[in-house]
Design a protein around this ligand. Structure first.
Ligand code: LLP
Length: 428
């Protein structure tokens, strides 16, 4: 049970609203977001990352889930925002998100996107490569603007859920590598340019990481680079952006650490390393996506066909699947599920939850223990808040589900369900 989830007489409630009520009012599939949990996560991050105290910034990575609703909530919670495309930038702009608090990422920003970012006045461009650097200088020159930038670097640390490696890491599509001197070549280039102003460096070492150590190594690499950049080039980097990647709970195999532990360890290490190498402590930026929204989101489905293949498997099919949650088929990601009104009656009964797409790989959860199931029951999969809706598709011309937020017993609609006409809207 995450956040405000509670069980009242065998039924699951989120934000004080019964899941059966949500399913009947909004139909299924529907994504349900626990607004208080999103807020609590933001506050936790800002508190332990010392946003007020030290001026560090927490930028929510919009790729995880970015309707207007999130832009407004992030603004209210004084979060910054990491965007990676014209579409995300446009959503933030249209939602009234303060552009000076936007970090614009991406390894192949188009000319239109760069122009848009400059016109909107985004706070920082996280410049990924020479092509972008040249284009940004040219556009700023034309528009008579000066743009603050970070350089994205590949720091030679790659972390995955259960391991991490320190490598030369030239082979990445992202950023300027340190090992082959590209970072320094980019700095050299700045001598010719006066419209782009380098104020920081950025790196992102991976996603769904449970271990704090790779982040601490990243801190060391980055702080040493700040020192070197000043000594060699006289450039004072005031900001260091450490990217996102903090892991969350999906199933009981996952053992995530608290936001507090990550933040405190990172800050402590930064201060220690800076004092050892004799530099001022820069302002830190962190870019969590998953750990802000994953556990706050759940998906409700209605169970349809139940097919028992004796001694082999029971397929329980739901009215959604890989179109609203691609993660199981794309990454073999694990999830947990329950029947929302049979919360206290789990059995050893193992079933496989299948989606409705015409694809054998459209399986949401294999061999999961659930209570007695009947067609018509409402099933919930938890922790679908990050990279669920944002990676959803219209495969098989299945409309995207509705999205609602719940808090204090109230339901707020966030996105309406797509209609069949929406699906034909683009056709000429
Ligand atoms: N910053 C940068 C530069 C990133 O590339 C990412 C994620 C983040 C921040 C946020 O990372 P998070 O805190 O959410 O781990 N679709 C995949 C995840 C891809 C993440 C890509 N970059 C999934 O569903 O697991």
């Amino acid at each position: 049970l995450h956040g405000s989830m509670e069980i009242r007489e065998n039924e699951l409630y989120i934000g004080g609203v019964g899941c059966r009520q949500i399913a009947s009012e909004y139909k299924t599939p529907v994504y349900v977001f626990d607004e208080q949990l999103i807020i609590d996560n933001c506050r936790e991050y800002r508190k332990y990352f010392k946003a007020e105290e030290n001026g560090n910034r927490v930028a929510y990575a919009g790729k995880a889930f970015l309707p207007s609703y999130m832009c407004r909530l992030m603004k209210e919670e004084k979060m910054c925002l990491d965007v990676v495309s014209g579409g995300e930038l446009y959503t933030a702009y249209k939602s009234g998100f303060p552009m000076e608090n936007v970090f614009f990422h991406g390894n192949n920003k188009t000319r239109e996107e760069v122009e848009m970012g400059v016109a909107y006045g985004v706070g920082k461009f996280v410049v990924d490569n020479f092509y972008e650097l040249d284009m940004l200088e040219e556009i700023c020159e034309r528009e008579n603007k000066v743009q603050e930038i970070y350089f994205r670097i590949t720091p030679g640390i790659e972390a995955h859920t259960h391991e991490y490696i320190k490598t030369g890491q030239i082979d990445s599509k992202f950023g300027f590598a340190l090992v082959n001197g590209d970072y320094y070549n980019a700095i050299e280039k700045l001598k010719e340019y006066d419209r782009v102003k380098l104020v920081g460096i950025h790196a992102h070492i991976g996603s769904q990481i449970f271990d704090i150590d790779p982040f601490l190594d990243e801190v060391d690499v980055m702080m040493n680079l700040v020192k070197e950049t000043k000594e060699k080039y006289g450039i004072e980097l005031t900001d260091v952006d450490l990217g996102g990647g903090i892991g969350v709970y999906y199933t009981d195999e996952d053992k995530p650490k608290a936001i507090k532990d990550f933040c405190e360890a990172i800050i402590e290490r930064t201060e220690k390393t800076c004092s050892e190498i004799g530099i001022d402590v820069p302002k830190l930026v962190i870019e969590p996506g998953r750990s802000v929204v994953a556990n706050a989101g759940s998906t409700l489905y209605t169970i349809g066909s139940i097919k028992e293949i004796k001694d082999v498997r029971v397929y329980v099919s739901v009215d959604g699947g890989m179109t609203d949650n691609i993660r199981p088929s794309l990454y073999h990601a694990g999830y947990e599920c329950s029947i929302v009104n049979k919360m206290n009656s789990n059995t050893d009964n193992k079933v496989t939850i299948a989606g409705k797409c015409c694809e054998s790989g459209d399986i949401l959860i294999s061999n999961v223990a659930v209570s007695e199931i009947e067609s018509g029951d409402t099933l919930i999969t938890t922790s679908t808040g990050a990279y669920g809706y944002s990676m959803s598709s219209n495969y098989n011309k299945i409309p995207k589900p509705a999205v609602v937020a719940v808090k204090d017993g109230k339901i707020t609609p966030v996105c309406r369900r797509q209609t069949f006409d929406d699906l034909m809207e683009l056709e000429l």
